[in-house]
Design a protein around this ligand. Structure first.
Ligand code: LMG
Ligand code: NDP
Ligand code: PMR
Length: 355
């Protein structure tokens, strides 16, 4: 199967290759959430390394031992057989494309309850209905990743629902290849990195403790990465290439005012910003794995689903591209995968139980 786990391939990340000096993310109040305590990244030129001292602070992340609202993980059938309770999965951007196809595939099994975390409630409701999803298998909750307030609000609402969290899938993304000027999130970060990376970073960071509380046999945090962020592939070498440089733009706030809107500090390029955001997604999973896997038992992964050339992701691209791209991927690169197939693949990765 053409599943390509994008994590654990450090050679593919340009940020690691430039031979520049390491960068510490010093902003300890990013999102009002401590980034340096307990999370502080220290990127080096040869590999992502992090100081061990921060691992000792992981207790701050460890869930308090409060009574969990999760129903018992197994229940007995009248015949006396034990069956697993329904898994509970949050999928961001489940109103179209891969997210919707995954939600549908999981709902169809009857073994999962999908929380569709979407910015457009009505669109999500219509999408779920036309995908034929049974009402008892999903809940729609509002989440706009381009607003960190909305991310916090979502987490509050989710907790209030008292549903367990067994798997979190960070799937939503925007791609703005034809934008000439940057646009910004509610807090003033460039929109692609702000939505695809920063919004998901905060969401993941906040929901870590909820995931940790899960008593499900496998708890997972999965981010959808992309081959186009991997410069050790042909696709990743199509210009503009992802490159995080020394992170000076990110450090400056990506606001396009007193700092560049691009992570590496360069001129704005929407396609590059998207690819950079995907590199950040993949690096985040590597780093979360390194810092939190042992402590929490959560499996962290990023995944490239194949080229789903027909999704809404390319809605901002020029019409010629949208016409040629699917046959190009189908018949020339052979990298094409349908929404349905990609959804089934992701659903499989979500459902695998490792004991
Ligand atoms: C950038 O342009 C913009 O600068 C940037 O602002 C942003 O918009 C970005 O990614 C978005 O694009 C890059 C340029 C890429 O894109 C374009 O100009 C649009 C091209 C559209 C290409 C898609 C389809 C091509 C269709 C071919 C015909 C298909 C017909 C279907 C037939 C069905 C048959 C039954 O393009 C380039 O820059 C090209 C240079 C790429 C270099 C990549 C490095 C590796 C090259 C190795 C070559 C291997 C050959 C493969 C075969 C290719 C066949 C076309
Ligand atoms: P779609 O555009 O179909 O889906 C993206 C989803 O993200 C939509 O549901 C969209 O909502 C949602 N979204 C966008 N902005 C926000 C926001 N601010 N808050 C909440 N949700 C938001 O694209 P795909 O299905 O193709 O993309 C899914 C994932 O797959 C992305 O992470 C993408 O990077 C990745 N990917 C896609 C590939 C492909 O070939 N298509 C290849 C590699 C990776 P709305 O419906 O309201 O617009
Ligand atoms: Mg790419 C080996 C082949 C391969 C694969 C698997 C992809 C995937 N692409 C390949 C090759 C090429 N692409 C080649 C040779 C070209 C030059 C003609 C090319 C061009 C191209 C463009 C202009 N490809 C693109 C674009 C986009 O705008 C898409 C993009 O970069 O979005 C960020 C894209 C993609 N190619 C892919 C995949 C999966 C994409 C979409 C990436 C994503 O959604 O994350």
């Amino acid at each position: 199967m053409a599943l390509q786990a994008a994590s654990l391939v450090p050679a593919s990340f340009s940020v690691l290759k430039e031979g520049k000096s390491g960068v510490s993310l010093k902003d300890s109040t990013l999102f009002g959430l401590s980034f340096s305590e307990p999370i502080k990244a220290n990127f080096s030129s040869s590999a992502l390394r992090c100081k061990r001292e921060f691992e000792q602070k992981l207790c701050a992340v460890r869930a308090e031992t409060v009574a969990t609202a999760s129903p018992a993980v197994t229940k007995s059938t009248p015949e006396g057989k034990k069956t697993l309770r329904k898994g509970s999965v949050v999928i961001t951007g489940a109103s179209s494309g891969l997210g919707l196809a995954t939600a549908k595939a999981l709902a169809e099994t009857g073994k999962w309850h999908v929380i569709m975390a979407c910015r457009d409630y009505l669109k999500a409701a219509r999408a779920a209905k036309s995908a034929g999803m049974a009402k008892e298998n999903y809940t729609i909750m509002h989440l706009d990743l381009a607003s960190l307030d909305s991310v916090r609000q979502f987490v509050d609402n989710f907790r209030r629902s008292e549903m367990p969290l067994d798997v979190l899938v960070c799937n939503a993304a925007v791609y703005l290849p034809t934008a000439k000027e940057p646009t910004f999130t509610a807090e003033g970060f460039e929109l692609s990195v702000g939505t695809n990376h920063l919004g998901h970073f905060l969401l993941s960071r906040l929901l870590l403790e909820d995931l940790e509380k899960s008593d499900y046999p496998s708890k997972r945090l999965i981010i959808v990465g992309s081959i186009t962020g991997n410069t050790n592939t042909l696709a990743g070498n199509v210009p503009p290439k992802a490159n995080l440089g020394d992170l000076r733009g990110l450090q400056g706030g990506l606001n396009g005012l007193n700092s560049s809107a691009m992570i590496d500090g360069g001129d704005f390029d929407g396609a590059k910003a998207y690819k950079d955001s995907k590199v950040c997604n993949m690096l985040t999973m590597q780093e979360f794995h390194r810092r939190f896997h042992e402590e929490t038992g959560i499996t962290f992964a990023s995944l490239y689903p194949g080229c789903i050339a027909t999704t809404g992701l390319f809605r901002e691209h020029i019409p010629l591209f949208r016409t040629l791209f699917p046959p190009f991927q189908k018949y020339i690169t052979k990298g094409y995968v349908s929404e349905d197939e990609a959804g089934k693949r992701l659903a499989q990765v979500i459902s695998i139980i490792t004991l």
